[in-house]
Ligand binder design. Sequence first.
Ligand code: ATP
Ligand code: MG
Length: 389
Amino acid sequence: MFIFNLEIANYRNYGRASLKLDRGLNLFVGENAQGKSNLLEAVYLLSTLRSSRASTDADLVRRDILNSEFPVARLACEVERSAGNLELELAIVGRSTDASHRAGKRVRVNGVAKRASDAVGQLAAVLFTTLDIEVVAGPPMMRRRYLDMMISQVDRGYLRAMQKYARVLQQRNSLLKRIQAREASATELNFWDQELAHAGGIILQARADALGHCALQAAMQMERLSDGMEELTLTYRPALANQTEFDAPIDETEWTARMLRALAAVRSKEIGAGSTLVGPHRDDVVVEIDSLPADSFASRAQQRTAALSLRLAEASYLRRALGDDPIILLDDVLSELDARRRRGVLEYFDTFQQTLVTTADPDRLREVMTRASGRFVVNAGTITRFEGE
Ligand code: ATP
Ligand code: MG
């Protein structure tokens, strides 16, 4: 798929911007703090309906108008897809101006109002940022987030299971605390164990499946980018008590059964702790480079290449799941690569329909400048196209 038209109004540092994008490579050049990341965040937001940065809805609305009568940011795009063209509109209400008007996000797909959970993934995108290194070197939560954001773009059942799981987990945790305080009986857990393991089974199965694909792809990309010098291994570590060994693919029902066994095995420990100790909310993915844990052994450049490989794998996963190309968004990442790796990455993106690249340092990206079909300057929240080099 590719975006051919993008409209932005009162979003972050943008007043009003309207943009015709090209197929292929689109390059956005601009000094620091001009709105390059905001632009890619806008596209990512249209795709996932969640910000790529930890932000509240109010942060997304242009600050000047936040206290006005109508504090609303609006993003809209038109997309050509193999599944049929798409018009996607997102309104972000920064602040409720009266009681009948709630703050939050409103979405329209081809003119029809939709719930956010039904509109996720209509536009598919992969965002590469310099913070991706956290997926490799950061805490387990970053790797769960990597899987969650990727899978929920293509699997609505997954998103629903995640929401249900979070609800049940909260209720189960408060029950565990009441049992600990002898205000409730342990048999009450049976019902919540079933509920949790049912939603958990869906999540575990989807994560194992996604990771099966991504592990192969990421290893291949790492090998390619490092000229066969570095070997990347990803291993799923579902948090199911002592069942750490992850064997051949199994179905949802089997994952649910495993989770129920794990819950039974740690029940008294959980009552002691007053919280749920097993399940997908504690999953991890072990990332190893040349058989050593990447967070504590790999060099910074190796971690960066591994993070890049994980995103490339995500792009391949989305393409497989959708039967269409996701939009590739590269925020500042090309300038930190050496020329050979940059070429390797760009060659791969040639196989996708559309790539948006930002840089503050166009001199380092001469080859991108030459190959780009659209070139734009971003300056204080305005975007203008320029021709030539
Ligand atoms: P860099 O090259 O440093 O990465 P950038 O071009 O990517 O810069 P952005 O991250 O897009 O810059 O941010 C541009 C500006 O947007 C920042 O100065 C920031 O203060 C501003 N900004 C962010 N949110 C809002 C908002 N809600 N209202 C107004 N301005 C905002
Ligand atoms: Mg930026």
